[in-house]
Design a protein around this ligand. Structure first.
Ligand code: ADP
Length: 260
């Protein structure tokens, strides 16, 4: 039997981004955290293990790129910028068409995750792992594999409504059971800031994430409002953090980074 492949070689710190359910802005948050760390001068990677809905390449504007392989058979992540300070690897790069769904059974998913965690040449200070929503086979597989890797912890993303918050409670329990430290909770889509008068209206319920953080005794990282510009940037693969460096959301992400 050969020596096992090292897990996440060339990665300084790993941050997992989790959410209890889909559509709460987990991938958006993963991308903004990565772009903020990069704006602070770090070399950052994003690993998209959301096998059923990999959206990171589109959000970073590198959809459809080819993944190169080293002579040793390792994958080279796709660079988002010329300086190679933001790189990404996603299962989406291995699908024939962007509309192909990954319909794999557990063992094949686990094998793919293991390969994504052991066969990539990263050379980054931070790796952000975007996981699928919930606590599925993929999570267990990620957790089992990253035990020996340098993991900073998990960031949980929720919307303010209680349904999404209940799902996050399950996620918190999952982290505690698997021994992953919880870096904190982001409350996303929390209020809408009027582009004309800058007044923030809580069109959905608000404060659920903050209350949960208090109850669970974890750090409340911040509240991100609904912003059509952020949505447009993620849909069009534009770097919101660099483009709107003075925006309130950009400043909130900078403050989140200091709390990790
Ligand atoms: P998830 O990864 O939880 O499924 P996504 O990150 O894909 O969710 O986000 C779902 C949709 O919501 C995307 O269209 C994204 O652009 C949008 N979105 C996420 N966060 C915000 C926000 N704060 N303001 C506006 N749109 C947002």
């Amino acid at each position: 039997m050969g020596t096992p492949e090292p897990v996440l070689a060339g990665v300084g710190n790993t941050i997992l981004v989790l959410s209890g359910k889909g559509g709460v802005g987990k991938s958006t948050a993963a991308v903004q955290l990565a772009a903020t760390l990069r704006a602070k001068g770090h070399r950052v990677g994003v690993l998209d293990v959301d096998l059923c809905g990999p959206s990171i390449p589109r959000m970073l504007g590198v959809e459809g790129r080819d993944v190169l392989t080293t002579p040793e058979g390792k994958w080279v992540p796709v660079s988002v910028d010329e300086e190679e300070r933001l790189k990404v690897l996603s299962v989406a790069f291995f699908l024939d068409s962007k509309n192909d769904a990954v319909i794999w059974r557990g063992p094949k998913k686990n094998a793919m995750i293991k390969q994504l965690l052991t066969s990539v040449v990263w050379n980054v200070d931070y790796l952000i792992i975007d996981t699928p929503p919930g606590t599925s086979d993929e999570h267990i597989s990620v957790m089992e594999n990253i035990r020996q890797a340098p993991v900073l912890g998990a960031v949980l993303v929720t919307t303010p409504q209680m349904v999404a918050v209940d799902d996050v409670t399950r996620e918190l329990t999952f982290c505690r059971r698997t021994g992953i430290s919880i870096l904190g909770i982001i409350e996303n889509m929390s209020g809408f800031v009027c582009p004309t008068c800058s007044e923030c209206s809580n069109i959905l319920a608000s404060g659920g994430g903050e209350q949960l953080a208090e109850k669970a005794k974890v750090t409340f990282l911040g509240r991100i409002p609904i912003d059509p510009t952020l949505s447009r940037c993620t849909e069009e693969g534009l770097n919101y953090i660099d483009k709107f460096a003075n925006s309130p959301i950009c400043q909130i992400y900078h403050s989140i980074i200091t709390k990790l």
